[in-house]
Design a protein. Sequence first.
Length: 222
Amino acid sequence: MSDPSLADLPELGLVSAKDGASLEALAQLAERCRACDLWERATQTVFGIGPTPAPVMLVGEQPGDREDRAGEPFVGPAGEVLDRALRDAGLDRERIFVTNVVKHFKWRPSGKRRVHEKPTKAEVRACAPWLEAELALVRPQAIVCLGATAAGALLGPDIRVSTLAGTPVASALAPLVMATLHPSAVLRAGGGDATRAAYERLAGDLRLVAERTPDARYRVPD
Ligand code: URA
């Protein structure tokens, strides 16, 4: 094959995934992706991580500051909340595929800090084939959209995460699809009852996923 335009890499990734490419091969392709401008200010592409196939796929918005440096999704403060909620729900992160809608960190400077900026619809669209490629490899029984960006990208703009506690969404993407709070919503809730309620919402939705996907739960040693 002749050298494809770097803007076309997401489509090439999707075709390769459908042809049986490995996660590593896809991640390598995605490292060179130039389908939008976010790569320019990001340290690296942060591709999804986890087994393929996997019983559960978690989808966040985009890597944050820590993820951008580490090259892995959900390893910063939001990741700590997510890990706790997964443990409380009985889900084993090692058995789960974790990724984001957008694979580059979008940020603006604020003093010495790099502050998260929401991706535009065009940036989400440019990255969509990578997510579709991951889905083709993971073939999950359950998908959990973490927050509105993931829910919008996978389920359409009319989904209201706030009204869906404990309620699966009808979707052809997987037998069970949930749209729940993003872990960073727990961090931003302001403390006290609001923080507890936000955390319970997240952990409660993950508990429902654990009930329906025994293969994603911690194994109890015999
Ligand atoms: N927020 C996300 O949506 N994804 C990450 O990987 C980290 C923070």
